[in-house]
Design a protein around this ligand. Sequence first.
Ligand code: SAH
Length: 239
Amino acid sequence: MTFRATILTLYPEMFPGPLGHSLAGRALREDRWALETVQIRDFATDKHRSVDDTPAGGGAGMVLRADVLAAAVDSVADDRPVLAMTPRGRPLTQPRVREIAAGPGVTVLCGRFEGFDERLFEARGIEQVSIGDYILSGGEMGALVLLDACVRLLPGVMGAASSGVEESFESGLLEYPQYTRPAEWEGRTIPEVLRSGDHAKIAKWRHARACEDTRSRRPDLWERHEGVRVGRPLARGDD
Ligand code: SAH
């Protein structure tokens, strides 16, 4: 079964963009996943083909209309989850990416301007997703981020099958730091243990560094990791 991505956007020419290159691009050409875009404007009904209108209650900018967006969503209705890119959504995490990648695919709605008419989400059972606590000018970059994260997990896409397992976040920790040749560069050396050939010692060092770096760089992740380890119930919104 091929993973199918459908992107609803005002800028279909932005796809596949970066996903046409490297691992994702090769996988696309090998039909390991499929990409389709839908022009939201094709579902406008007035003679100006408008997709947006001024915000109810006043304020700057324009809001994407629920009726036009719903018609676009309905045109692709199937068994795949429908996600909308919005900074008001639930932050995207590796566990959610894994779930999506394990399914039949995804439909992604890309916002522009001030975003979507809120009524759309409940009316169509749309999952609201954020890619981080900053504001983009449109959802297209978010959709590319989501798809890149999913596609690299599809069977046969990543060369060494194991390289996804130890990655940052997969264990709830950041990955340990990596090094490669030359052994000495600008007077800096690779940690001695990594050149020892002692695999048990290396594994122990890597785990210790993963813990240390997670604790100092990402206290939020560390707190959650420790909570899971000692069996403390997760706070709401965690998973
Ligand atoms: N006024 C909105 C932001 C609109 S930005 C607000 O403050 O919530 C325009 C579009 O860019 C959004 O509709 C969304 O599709 C996309 N976008 C911006 N930031 C995003 C983020 N962090 N995650 C996902 N999508 C984002």
